[in-house]
Design a protein around this ligand. Sequence first.
Ligand code: FAD
Length: 120
Amino acid sequence: PLPPLLFFEAVEQSPIAISITDARATILYVNRAFESLTGYARDELLGRNESLLSNNATPKSVYEQLWRTILARQTWSGTLVNRTKSGGDYLAELTITPVIDRDGDLKYFLGMHRDVTKVH
Ligand code: FAD
């Protein structure tokens, strides 16, 4: 059997920036890689919307398509320009997937992103 807390520790130590939000993208959890990539400490992120990472230059249509996809319970993947706490822009390869609970309700999203600035 898997040790208790293994899932937590595995996500916590993942080199991919991982967050869990409510259904409106309010941040409920971030892992360490999310903190180091964005430059924000956990306490500064919890309760805030993921939009705090937006560089405010991404066309609205991109977000509209993102939300249409994830509210239809599909996975969305794309590349956004994000801004760190210190103001540096980076290219984020982001995947957002809905988390359906045992009652069949969509209450959470799982977001995973990495910096692909150097790759492109
Ligand atoms: P807004 O004007 O608030 O939104 C732009 C458009 O998006 C709206 O016109 C509407 O069509 C749609 N929209 C926004 N919120 C909702 C909602 N609650 N329900 C339905 N439609 C909505 N954004 C980033 O820029 N970078 C990220 O790394 C990032 N990661 C995310 C991770 C997760 C798990 C989730 C769920 C969302 C993430 N987002 C991210 C999207 C973020 O929550 C915002 O929607 C986005 O940043 C636009 O915010 P805004 O305030 O600039 O624009």
